[in-house]
Design a protein around this ligand. Structure first.
Ligand code: ADP
Ligand code: MG
Length: 362
């Protein structure tokens, strides 16, 4: 096991493209860290720099206490699992897992022991004699994991390892990976563009955009205290609603107002927001923190947003309704049994303690 530390790491391609900018991170020993962000934000590049597969343009990378800037990949004590797990088609599962160890001249008995132990952990003991083409997608993914495990690395690096699997298998394998890495206690960096995968797997999540870190935090803190509008919109499903609103101070309280609403803000935001009195901000509200009047436990108080329903999407327990609020369409998650129809005028109650605000120029 080892900590990973990145200090002011940059990756430039030529003089124009900076794929990664001033990346700083220190993991805990045995921590599961997820890099998440939209396609092209620099996740793979950062992971490949940790692996040593990509030269770094500036900065320092440590694995454990060792500065690895000039250490070749094979000497970094890492194991990688990729999206296209590239098993050797002509080798059976056993040989696929043993191959890397043979290259390293690990004694035969050791290899046998490690392969069998990994196969047992991954529940693929019965598949050891099969060729990759005789396996399902999920089984192949397990073999790829097995190949990483037998190396007994200090660090696992995984780049979208589940994205070639169908939705159901992805959820199953996600749980498997969580169990496995917890059991092995190996420091893991896991790359995904899927925020649900990030939230369910990560002890901490690094949210990236355009080569830069937006926020590093636990899943719950990202959800409750997003550092900016990008993180707020990226984490959570369905996405947070953003409405332009004007700040109105009134005694100790601060209200955010618009043509068809007046919402009291989260009390802990009131003090800093006073400086914005009379100015515009983004009011951010998650769909699950809105409720339909008469169908929600959110107290009525004074926080009501009025609008007209455009679309109703029934999901069983809840429905997602899209509501036009003075030209902005927002989404609310409401009780699935509420009688809502397109064209209806509705009053949505807002959970005051769950409101967010962001600068308009973000
Ligand atoms: P992600 O994995 O988050 O989708 P990548 O790390 O693959 O993103 O890419 C980050 C950025 O670096 C992208 O804008 C991509 O086009 C650019 N990039 C990646 N590899 C190269 C390369 N070899 N030459 C030039 N630009 C590259
Ligand atoms: Mg990538």
């Amino acid at each position: 096991m080892a900590k990973i530390r990145l200090e002011h790491v940059y990756k430039r391609y030529g003089s124009k493209v900076t794929a990664v900018k001033d990346f700083n991170l220190e993991t805990e020993d045995g921590e599961f860290v997820v890099f998440v962000g939209p396609s092209g934000c620099g996740k793979t590049t950062t992971l490949r720099m940790i692996a040593g597969l990509e030269e770094i343009s500036d900065g320092k990378i440590y694995i454990g206490e060792r500065l690895v800037n000039d250490v070749p990949p094979k000497d970094r004590d890492i194991a990688m699992v990729f999206q296209n797990y590239a098993l050797y088609p002509h080798m059976n599962v056993y040989d696929n897992m043993a191959f890397g160890l043979r290259l390293r001249k690990v004694p035969k008995n050791d290899i046998d022991q490690r392969v069998k132990e990994a196969a047992r952990i991954l529940k693929i003991e019965h598949l050891l004699q099969r060729k990759p083409r005789e396996l399902s997608g999920g089984q192949r993914q397990r073999v790829a994991m097995g190949r990483a495990i037998v190396r007994e690395p200090k660090v696992f690096l995984m780049d979208e390892p589940l994205s070639n699997l169908d939705a159901k298998l992805r959820v199953e394998m996600r749980a498997e990976i969580a169990k496995l890495t917890r059991r092995l206690g190996v420091t893991t960096v896991y790359v995904t563009h899927d925020q649900v995968e990030a939230m369910t797997l990560g002890h901490r999540i690094v949210v990236m955009k355009d080569g830069e870190i937006m926020q590093v935090d636990t899943p719950l803190n990202l959800y409750d205290f997003p550092a900016n509008k990008f993180v707020a919109g990226f984490i959570g499903s369905p996405s947070m609603n953003f409405i332009r609103a004007k700040v109105e101070g009134a005694g100790d309280a601060v209200y955010l107002t618009g043509p068809s609403f007046r919402v009291r803000t989260n009390p802990h935001l009131a003090a800093p927001l006073k400086a914005y009195s009379g100015k515009e901000v983004w009011l951010g509200i998650r769909p699950e923190h809105l409720g339909l009047k008469g169908w929600t436990a959110i107290p009525e108080a004074e926080n009501i947003i009025k609008g007209t329903i455009e679309v109703v999407e029934p999901l069983g327990a809840d429905s997602e309704i899209h509501v036009d609020v003075g030209g902005t369409v927002i989404t609310a998650k409401v009780d699935g049994h509420a009688p809502v129809r397109p064209g209806d005028t509705v009053e949505l109650l807002v959970d005051t303690g769950r409101t967010h605000t962001f600068d308009v120029d973000t």
